[in-house]
Design a protein around this ligand. Sequence first.
Ligand SMILES: [Fe+2]
Length: 249
Amino acid sequence: MIDIHTHILPNIDDGADSVSAASELLRMEAEQGVKEVVFTPHYYGTTTAEKFLALRETAKKSIEEYIPRGMKVRSGAEILLTGVNDPTDETICALAIEGTKCVMFELPFASHWSEHLLDRISDFIAETGYTPIIAHVERYTEALDNPSIITYLVQMGCLIQLNTHAFLEKSTRRFALALMKHGLVHCIGTDAHDPEKRAPEYAEAREVIRKKKRIDEFTNVQWCMKKILAGEALRNPYGQVKKIGKYYF
Ligand SMILES: [Fe+2]
């Protein structure tokens, strides 16, 4: 399995706060069957891309010796995009997942997504040719209230990521499984921050998905992530997508 969204790198954001916490998170990932991990520390635009990349490199070096045998790792970033004072295209592209033309966007949680924000994402795709991965869509009020916006984002050229926690939490499980059913999930990540409070839950989530008979879709998601990490630009990888409305949930 591939974990495309983590905050394992120590002392760079609100994720792991020590090398030992980071190494424990890596151990837990390996124990659950994760073979490849992408480090995606938060980027809030408060520093330059160069400074962020230097910090990220230092953090990565500090845990190199604790990477479990056989596990592949690479770096990326979770870039906050709000539609106001956003980083430039150049900065965003510099923070793409290593070896790919994919960037992970975190969008506003509680507020409505403005036309300006949606246009910003669409312009970014048109101008750079890079592919945004929209992080943990189950955590946004806008996506839960208006699921057709997910189809809109996919048609625009975005890929959709769910957190493993989405399958474990009662309030989001149906939503997450419905997105899987309708071919609207391309990436899954643990968004792991801490070995105690926000630990990886991949094995547990996979078990829920298996019980709910969505293991084929889960396999498709792993395939998508494999393609992404192989550097292939995916646009709507499952073909046509359905316009979904609230009644699907
Ligand atoms: Fe995150």
